[in-house]
Write a protein that binds this ligand. Structure first.
Ligand SMILES: Nc1ncnc2c1ncn2[C@@H]1O[C@H](COP(=O)(O)OP(=O)(O)OP(=O)(O)O)[C@@H](O)[C@H]1O
Length: 315
């Protein structure tokens, strides 16, 4: 399959000896949202800068939309849309003016441009405000216009650098819906960097966890969670049990492992939590140990992140 984005063994150090990228490789397929996750300083922005032709790697190779970023940066720029962390809007222009100017810069013809601008205003729910200057718009509206701006020339590859940072929950939900539609409806490849694990989990078909300038884990969110093998099972007992007895009882339940007691709480892992819980309940009840509450949770991306980046995720 031909890829929309390929990065192969990218390395880059900044003056002063900071090694920002240390052999980073990834690929993004057409029509796919690919998530790039990592702690501060992991190398995400440096990767995006190289792929969008704003920085050069010391070594390694990258292709975007079929063009080599070092040999044909101008071709790459024509094929991509970039939503940077810092807004690219002219605050004194109206929404329509911002979009129209962007389209002209990319050489979109007048009639087609008018239609495209109307369409984007409509899609991002900005038609009502289209002719007012952007400075007076809410943060969420400005962020939506930023994304619309990156789409005017119908790029095949879209780079979204933390698109929902600073948005309220409603704004985030609206942005997520639109990003999902873009990838599915326009078969656009989207490389998304995000600080939000739930955002990557929800939107990304595949994702890479970056740490220390390289990819330390990659796969679908499900595959990554699968690596942690099984569900987390928590039982809240009615009273603190006699631990040796409870341990003996629970040891006979098939499919439970890594059993731990903490006061009234019993935690374990299970390959199939839903299957193991009824047997555990029956065994405990028959030994006279009452159970007050049960939860079964799939491992979260938070757990995956902890394992690969070596620390808990702090958004
Ligand atoms: N222009 C620069 N000059 C010197 N060092 C830099 C420069 N840009 C980035 N770095 C360093 O390179 C490393 C990788 O930075 P990068 O911005 O790519 O990480 P990041 O994953 O995007 O982090 P964040 O989530 O904070 O944006 C960091 O140690 C950073 O301090």
């Amino acid at each position: 399959m031909s890829h929309a984005v390929t990065a192969d063994d990218l390395r880059k150090s900044y003056p002063g000896g900071v090694r920002a990228l240390d052999g980073l490789s990834l690929d993004v397929r057409p029509g796919e949202v690919f998530g790039l996750l990592g702690p501060n300083g992991a190398g995400k922005s440096t990767t995006v800068k190289i792929l969008t032709t704003l920085a050069r790697p010391d070594s390694g190779r990258a292709e975007v939309a079929g063009h080599d970023v070092l040999r044909h940066p101008e071709r790459v720029r024509r094929e991509i849309g970039v939503v940077a962390q810092r807004s690219a809007l002219d605050p004194m222009g109206s929404g329509r003016e911002n979009l129209t100017l962007q389209g002209r810069l990319f050489g979109v013809r007048a009639t087609a441009l008018r239609r495209r601008v109307d369409d984007l205003l409509e899609r991002f729910d900005l038609t009502g405000a289209a002719d007012r200057v952007v400075r007076g718009w809410s943060g969420g509206m400005q962020r939506r216009l930023d994304v619309a701006l990156a789409l005017v020339h119908r790029p095949g590859v879209l780079f979204l650098d933390e698109p929902t940072t600073g948005l309220d929950p409603e704004g985030r939900a609206a942005m997520w819906a639109e990003i999902g539609r873009l990838a599915a409806g326009e078969s656009m490849a989207i490389l998304l960097t995000t600080h939000y694990l739930d955002e990557a989990d929800r939107l990304a078909a595949r994702l890479a966890i970056v740490d220390g300038g390289r990819v330390v884990a990659h796969g679908t969110p499900e595959q990554l969670k699968e690596e942690l093998r099984g569900d987390a099972v928590h039982l809240e007992l009615r009273q603190p049990p006699d631990e040796p007895t409870a341990r003996q009882v629970i040891a006979l339940v098939a499919g439970l492992r890594e059993v731990a007691f903490d006061g009234r709480r019993l935690s374990a892992r299970a390959d199939d939590g839903a299957a193991a819980v009824p047997a555990a309940l029956a065994a405990l009840e028959s030994a006279g140990i009452g159970v007050a509450a049960v939860t079964v949770a799939r491992p979260s991306l938070d757990d995956v992140y902890l394992r690969h980046a070596g620390r808990r995720y702090a958004a």
